[in-house]
Design a protein around this ligand. Sequence first.
Ligand code: FES
Ligand SMILES: [Fe+2]
Length: 370
Amino acid sequence: MNLSRPDRECLAHELDQFDPTLPLDRAQRPPVSWFLDPWMFQLQQRYIFRRTWQIAALQDGISEPESVCCIQIAGHPMVLVRDREGVLRAFPNSCTHWGTQLFDADCASTERIQCPNHRWTWNLKGELRIAPDTPDGFCRAGMHNLKSFPVREWGPFVWVCMDSDPPDFAETMGSLYERGSHFAAMEYAGKDTHDIHASWLHVMDNYNDGLYHRSAHPSLAATISPDYRVEVSSHFALQYAPFKQESGTVRSGTARYWSLFPNTMFNESGDRVLDVNVVEPVAPDRCMLHFYYFFAKDVGSSFREDSTRSSRETQGEDNVLCARIRGGLSLSYDRPGSYVPDKEAAVFRWHQLVHEHLLPAAYPPSDELL
Ligand code: FES
Ligand SMILES: [Fe+2]
C-alpha cells in the first residue's frame, strides 16, 4: 500500500536533506530524524527490514522434520515450520480467522498447526484442513491457507525475507556467499544479547566506522595491525587487517569484518573463530544486538572463554559509545555532520542504501498512484 500524499511529501523532505550522489569528502550525514524519529523508524521497518534477508534462527533449532520455531522479523511474529518431507517454510504466527497467535513455544515438534481459539487446523504446508462449523468446501477454497514467505538456509542460519519478491540471495551476500559451507561446519558455542540505547543505524555506523577502532578498542587494537582496510560493495562492506600475533596461534592470519545491509555482521578471526551479530531494531533509539559465537571444532575451551570474554568487552565499549552518540543528538538539533574520506566509506554506503530503500515510498512510479 502506498503512503498518502502528505506522508510522501513529508518523507521526501527527510530524504532530500541527504545527497547520496556527492563524493565522500563533500557529502553530509543524514538528518537526525533518520536516527530518532518514530515515524521514520516505522518506515525503515516497513521498507528496509521487511524487504531484506534477515537471520531468523539457527538451523540446528529447526533441523528435524515436523518441527516449529517461533521467530520475530521486523517486529512481526512469525513461525518457521519444517514439514515431514523436510521442506522449511515461514508463516505469520497468526491465525487467518481472527489473527490469534498460533504457537507460543520457542521450538517444538508438531504434526499440524492448530489455532487455540476456534481450532482451525492446517497441515505443515499451511493448507487449511479443518475449520469446525464452517460450510462445505470452506477449507478447499484455499482462501484461508497460511501465506508463506521466502526462506533460505545458508551458513548456520535460516534466513527469511518478508517480501514475496525478495532480493537475490547470493547477490546480496556478495563475496561472503562462498563461505557459507565453511561457516556451517563451525561449532555453535552460545549467544549473548546486548540492549543498546541507540538507533540500529547508529550501531551500524559504529560498526562500519573503520577509523575509531584504535581509540575505542585499545585491547583489540593491540592485536591488529594498523594497516586496516575498508572495501565497500553494493550491499556489504568488508574491513580487514592482519593480526600481529605469530602464525600458528588460534587468532592469527587476518581479521575480517563483514557488514551486510541492513543489520548483520560476520566477524572472522583467522578461519577458526567467528561471531555473527544481528541488530534487532525495537524502538527509534533502542535496539537489541544478538551475538552468536562459533569456533572450529578443535579450538579448546580456555581459548573459547577468553575469546568470548574479549568480544563482550569490545562490544561493551561499543555500547557505551553508541549511547553517547545518541545522547549527543536531539530532533531539534539538526546539524548533519560530515564523513572522514576513505575511513567512513562504509558508513556513507549504509546511508545511501537507507536512502535508496525509502526513496520509492516518497516518489512511487506514477503508474502505482493510479
Ligand atoms: S481465531 Fe483462529 S480459529 Fe478462530
Ligand atoms: Fe567496535
